[in-house]
Design a protein around this ligand. Sequence first.
Ligand code: NAD
Length: 343
Amino acid sequence: MINWRENSALDGHEQVVFVNDEALGLAGIIAVHSTALGPAGGGCRIWSYAKDEDALTDALRLSRGMTYKNAMAELPMGGGKGVVYRMGADRAACMERFGESVEALSGAYVTAEDVGASVADMRAIARRTSYVAGIPKEGGRAGGDPSPWTSLGVHLCIKALLGGDVANCTIALQGVGAVGFGLCKLLLEEGARVIAADVSAANLERAAGIGAEVTDVARIHTCEADVFSPNALGAGLNACTIPEIGAPIVCGAANNQLETEEDGARLLARGIVYAPDYVVNAGGIINVSAEYLGESEAAVEARVRAVPQRLVRVLEAAKTEGLAPHEAADRIVRERLAAAKRV
Ligand code: NAD
């Protein structure tokens, strides 16, 4: 039994729902952090954890992160997240059951793909609820896998941080899954040198196949590069890794990259420019939000192309206010949330 009351990641969450079905072998969580700006939007992560409590901590942290990400991207959505941490043999039935729990929230939470989830999973969820996105649409309407939009947003941010051009620059990619691989492709197409590492041999091989050099997962953050780009899981920037980072810029899609608040200050003290994760990785949720609202792909592209401007504003605010970039981003978001609550 998960002891949710004592979880330190609880932060004024509006709802936490446990999705358990012993017969199916399914265990999951839906965390709704905030609906102040609209329905809580955030993907469903399918992952195994050492302890069930870790799944709850992840759901709570990720859902809070979605509130911040959606507010920063100026989307009409609050923040939530699903986590499936035990999946039964009948995957489609498990996802349908998860969809029933999403439906029971009556629109407070809108789900989509996250790590480990696929379009097929979203189609199964959609058999039980309409509060789901990430399903391909026709006729220029937004929809489908959000990852390519996340890759594009991160790519544009890296470009902006490098003065507008990645040619002949070296980017160290930690994780070449859906987002990392898309980013790898965009970078190689524009003449960058890419060094990649991944725990999945198949994913690493796929990146090597299009021209990435490969290195060990334990060494990727130490590579001498222009940018270190974390695109795997969270908490990769911490007291152990930060002293070893070999690039002057960190910019990637992984959610919750800083293990603790102090890690933002550690990066600042080393003179490393940190592009706050939720500012740069908003491409996917921009697509999810547009799909849910029935908007066009062209609207998605225009919003994703605006992501680097937002990053530049955050970095400028950080400089002016003497804050670490993640603190400046959080400050901007808290003001937006407070204004929404006042309305
Ligand atoms: P994914 O599962 O497709 O890819 C993750 C990759 O990281 C996999 O190839 C995996 O093998 C690898 N990996 C895991 N642990 C690793 C480690 N220690 N070192 C190196 N590689 C490791 O997931 P994704 O959709 O590409 O998402 C990547 C990250 O970006 C996640 O943190 C996710 O939450 C975040 N994100 C994704 C999206 C999206 O649109 N998919 C949007 C915003 C944020």
